[in-house]
Ligand binder design. Sequence first.
Ligand SMILES: [Zn+2]
Length: 97
Amino acid sequence: MGSRNPDYCDTVPNWHEHKTLGQLKKAGFQIRSWCKKCGHDQVEDIDRLIELRGTEGVPWDCYRRCEFRGCGGRAVFKARATIGGSFHRLSRNWSGL
Ligand SMILES: [Zn+2]
């Protein structure tokens, strides 16, 4: 704490600390989804996700149906904590997907 340069502070979403949508929102994460089939990438409204899944909803290792041009593929969730930071996939098991 305090020793990190804020310009390089890229908070990675953590399964233990940011498991639920409520925790992600509280920590200020932005959510996007990325379709593995068509590559469509879109911003997700975290408030809407909470409306649908509740604050205890867990987006990790989870898919949503891609609605882009009737694609129907599986889209994974990504999150980032800071503007200009990188999005990190909400998956505990990268290699298995
Ligand atoms: Zn798609």
